[in-house]
Design a protein around this ligand. Sequence first.
Ligand SMILES: O=C(O)C(=O)C[C@]1(C(=O)O)C=C[C@@H](O)C=C1
Length: 394
Amino acid sequence: MHKIGYLGPRGTFSEEAALRHLGERKGETAGCSSIEEIFSGVAEGRFDEGIVPVENSTEGSVGAVLDLLAGPFNLAVRGEVLLPVCQSLMVRPGTRLDQVEKVFSHSQALAQCSRFLRRELPGALPVECSSTAAAAAKVAGSSRPWAALGPARAAAVYGLQVVVPAANDYPDNATRFWVLGREQVPCAAAHGYKTSIIFGLQDRPGALYAVLREFALRGINLTRIESRPAKKNLGDYVFFIDFLGSQGQPGVQEVLGGVASLTVGLKILGSYPAWNCAGTDALASGGREASLTLAGLRRELDAVDARIAELLAQRTRLIDRVASLKQNEGNIRDPLREEQILSRVRQLSLTAGGDTELAEEVWRVILRHSVRRQASRLASGAAGNRQQALPQAP
Ligand SMILES: O=C(O)C(=O)C[C@]1(C(=O)O)C=C[C@@H](O)C=C1
């Protein structure tokens, strides 16, 4: 059975990433106590794959992982998983928020929720634990009125109750994980792939520029560039580059040939389906990954829908404030302003690579509702006392 090593104990974000990667395939996950144990488990064949965090949107790269890849282990990158990191506040059933004396979590999770803690639990003492899951286990095993911050999964694993589903101060907090294996995945000449490489440079002017030029000349987009100390002389660095494209594509092969001649010790970690394109590539390659990625894509769609709903609510609250300012004005509708809004969202959608027709249609509906809402608030007196007739919808 396919076995995946992750940074345990049970209930961590790493476990969640491993389960997402596994999807509906049969397999098992094994919690490890350190990142190094995951690397050695894969290298020595105890695991088929390992999953490790590479970078976080708030905290940046995970140096230990990059160093192990550049150093002793000769592992390949076979995939990536992008996980929204939502820190939930959890307690033993029956504990009330106003009773909470201490909040346990990993130092990073406590930092990610620091404003929330100051605002909502100013009297509770934050206490650091080795992981978010260890914090949940500690709260579950005590009779004190304590709380833990961590993934909602940890609440389910340790029998706790989530009282605040998202306590992190930055709502878009996310972590990228790499799936490691002993061999690279066979790569198609398909779109939606990423390739990751590591290299060193000779100490001369323009050395890095010459490498980047290879990518620029062929129109290949970098998604990440990072350097780490080579751990030899001060000023010696190892570079990590991720770019869009697969080794199965001729342009990428040319770039890699050029980069090999300009660098020292080029290591190609692998080409793998980019997380947000995994659906199409998995479907193209057929087989087990199709349903896996459908479930994964639906989870991503749910997350996007949640953000859209939140933003719509935010817009509605602003419209209510606009309505209260219009109490003494004759017109709610401003056709010129509406035209400006429509043209702007068409442009924004174009820049974002979206569907401009969809954007225009959606905003026409939004504006129509906005006018109706203002009119009915003014009519009912919710925004003021003046009565107004319902204006023409755009
Ligand atoms: O900007 C205004 O005056 C609004 O009333 C807001 C708003 C909008 O929803 O953005 C709504 C109706 C107007 O026709 C134009 C814009």
